[in-house]
Ligand binder design. Structure first.
Ligand SMILES: [Zn+2]
Length: 330
């Protein structure tokens, strides 16, 4: 099976490829994952694979059925919901439509958005359709939280769970999508999105609110620090090499203010954020060590030390100062 534009998820890809090779694609899937994890992209690919008439590995991407599906204009690939969960009446209308034979392809594919928000009654109607619908009809249910679906509905479907994309692969996918973005910016967005590519796309296309590259970088930095992986920090620091002096300073300032905010939070002066907050995973001492280390870097940056040298210091010195000097400092 081909997966154009769908990054990461290698196990899922392998599994679906096997099913496709054996011509055993299921007639109903739940595509499960948080917003931005690629459910729509995968739904389009699966729909194209189901209607593709090109021969060879599906979706071929070239046949009329594929082109219309990827272009969003195939009459037999029906997107239902458009941003909202289906109501009972709409689900009944789908049931009525499903019994009308496909127009152009051999199959009809219904893609149901926000399936987890469908009411119990709407899901009952859907269940009947899954059980008694025509053979040529396939259903792709997109759900942020599949546990909210009725067990009876879930048991009629195969659940495909999407996984976060690794930062290297995320960066590659983002580069293809944003060829004009700088390397550092892509690396920062890839790291800050936590594997949810849709979030990185929002950040890079400016839909993520008022966050500037310095803030994105600072968040990515904090996440890598909290992950306690030296290699991840080194990679991050390498991504800063091409920054201008102003950009490097802006990053340092954004990082220090983020770290201070976290320090206030650990001391109880600011309300706790969600459990996923990276700064919460660092101890008070680690936060303070990092702030002091970044303060030294800032002084040198304001002097005339080269950016390559500073990012090298960040790469080599920070880890040692924060994570390897514990015994002496406590
Ligand atoms: Zn095709």
């Amino acid at each position: 099976m081909n997966f154009p534009g769908f990054a990461g998820n290698s196990d899922l890809k392998q599994y679906l490829s096997e099913q496709e090779r054996k011509a055993r694609l299921f007639h109903a899937y739940v595509l499960a994952g948080p917003p931005g994890s690629g459910k729509h992209t995968l739904a389009k690919i699966l729909a194209a694979a189901l209607v593709c008439s090109g021969g060879g590995t599906r979706p071929c991407g070239r046949c009329e059925n594929c082109r219309k599906t990827f272009g969003g204009i195939h009459p037999d690939v029906i997107w239902c919901g458009w941003g909202e969960a289906l109501l009972v009446e709409q689900t009944r209308a789908i049931r009525g439509d499903a019994f009308i034979r496909p127009n152009e392809a051999a199959r009809k594919v219904y893609i149901l958005e926000h399936a987890q928000e469908m009411s119990g009654r709407a899901q009952d109607v859907l269940l009947k359709l899954l059980e008694e619908g025509p053979d040529y009809a396939s259903f792709l249910l997109l759900a942020d939280n599949p546990a909210a679906l009725l067990q009876t509905v879930r048991s009629r479907c195969e659940v495909l769970t999407l996984s976060p994309v690794g930062s290297r692969e995320a960066e590659k996918a983002l580069r293809a999508r944003f060829p004009k973005a700088g390397r550092g910016e892509l690396a920062a967005a890839a790291a800050a999105c936590g594997g949810i590519l849709g979030e990185a796309v929002k950040l890079l296309s400016g839909q993520g609110g008022r966050e500037q590259p310095a803030q994105i970088r600072a968040q990515a930095f904090l996440q890598r620090l909290a992950g306690r992986r030296e290699l991840a920090l080194m990679e991050f620091a390498a991504g800063l090499e091409k920054c201008s002096r102003e950009e490097f300073l802006a990053f340092l300032e954004a990082a220090v203010s983020l770290l201070r905010e976290n320090l206030l939070r650990t001391a109880g002066f600011l309300p706790e954020k969600g459990p996923g907050e990276a700064g919460g995973l660092l101890s008070r001492r680690e936060l303070m060590e990092t702030i002091s280390f970044l303060g030294v870097l800032r002084e040198r940056c304001q002097g005339n030390v080269g950016i390559g040298h500073l990012s090298g210091l960040l790469s080599a010195g920070l880890w040692e100062a924060v994570f390897e000097a514990k015994e002496e400092l406590i």
